[in-house]
Design a protein around this ligand. Structure first.
Ligand code: GUN
Length: 332
């Protein structure tokens, strides 16, 4: 059923609301909360039973694919309210150095989504041979620019640049990635901080699926600053028993098999087979790897072998479409 107006019936509060945004893209509203997500002019709302949708999604062993839509539509509503009430347009500056193809795709997607929710996007694309001094000078200007509220320097940087130095030059209050040493320290000590968007998206899906994570055995495969380490901190913050496994872990298969929650963030295509997954475990696949199939076709796969893992997992995120869209939604 399609309705052009929001229902007044409070009995409809257990439903998702699909919002066809101005850009033509379909977003999905969470439970209708006028204070959080005011109705937007021209929006069309489609009612879908929330519980029914969840059950269907879980029965096929996947997460509901629309969490990112919930966040994006809420974010668009918040941005609209900031504009209306305060004349403020949030601005995100994204800096890309060099021409790494994957980074170009990610930066393009971030800029597009930023504009879609009504924020200002400032893209700075610099040549691969940009000097450290030039990059630091740009960051200094962005730190001082009142139209820029968030700064993101896409990683990895070319090898002649010191990533730690560059990231720590960002004003911690504008460090939307949560990579600055002071945000890392705040997260590690359980204080309010900017949180890296990829592990935050994973945590939100896990909380949505399980409710409380307390006491669960979580294994994070991968120890990067971008995903592995902050993921472990977030899971610890939710009272999981956390193991960080990596390339030197002695018996990786046995370690993975202990997991109630298995997070794969290693960047190695289909490295984790189904028989490393404990039956009923929840699998979060952060990997996005480009491979060529034996038929010569390009394909995106995760770090987990999806078909075999989906047979044993209680729930699993697909690649593409699982963690990826959540990352940008959480960034915004
Ligand atoms: N490279 C891969 N993931 C990320 C991310 O979340 N932020 C930045 N800045 N670079 C990345």
């Amino acid at each position: 059923p399609i309705s052009a107006e929001l229902p007044s019936d409070p009995g409809l509060q257990d439903r998702f609301w699909y919002w066809h945004g101005a850009s033509g893209r379909k977003y999905i509203h969470s439970v209708y909360e006028p204070d959080c997500c005011p109705p937007l002019p021209g929006a069309i709302y489609v009612a879908v039973r929330r519980k029914g949708k969840m059950r269907i999604a879980m029965a096929v062993g996947r997460f509901t694919p629309f969490w990112d839509g919930v966040l994006m539509s809420c974010e668009a509503a918040h941005v609209a309210r900031l504009k209306a009430d305060h004349g403020l347009v949030p601005g995100l500056a994204v800096v890309l150095v060099g021409e790494d193809p994957a980074s170009q795709v990610y930066v393009g997607a971030k800029g597009k989504s930023t504009v879609e929710v009504g924020m200002a996007s400032f893209e700075h694309k610099l040549a691969a041979d940009t000097s450290e001094a030039e990059l630091l000078a740009l960051i200094g200007r962005l730190n001082a620019d009142p139209a820029v509220h968030g700064i993101l320097v896409q990683l990895p940087l070319p090898s002649h640049l010191n990533s730690d130095l560059v990231i720590n030059a960002i004003d911690p209050a504008k460090d939307v990635d949560g990579f600055h040493i002071s945000n890392v320290g705040l997260l590690g000590t359980g204080q309010k901080s900017m949180v890296p968007c990829t592990p935050l998206g994973c945590l939100m899906m896990l909380r949505d699926h399980h409710g409380s994570l307390a006491g669960m055995e979580a294994v994070v495969v991968g120890r990067s600053n971008i995903v592995g380490k902050p993921m472990a901190q977030l899971l610890l913050g939710d009272s999981c028993t956390v193991t960080i496994a990596h390339s030197k872990t002695r018996d990786l298969a046995a370690t993975c098999r202990r997991a109630d929650i298995l997070v794969a963030a290693v960047g190695r295509p289909e490295m984790i087979p189904g028989d490393w997954v404990r039956p009923g475990a929840t699998v979060i696949d952060v990997g996005i790897n480009r491979i060529t199939t034996p038929e010569g076709k390009a394909k995106l796969v995760g770090d987990v072998h999806f078909d075999s893992a989906a047979k044993v997992a209680g729930a699993i995120t697909p690649v593409p479409g699982g963690v990826g869209p959540m990352t940008i939604a959480c960034l915004l």
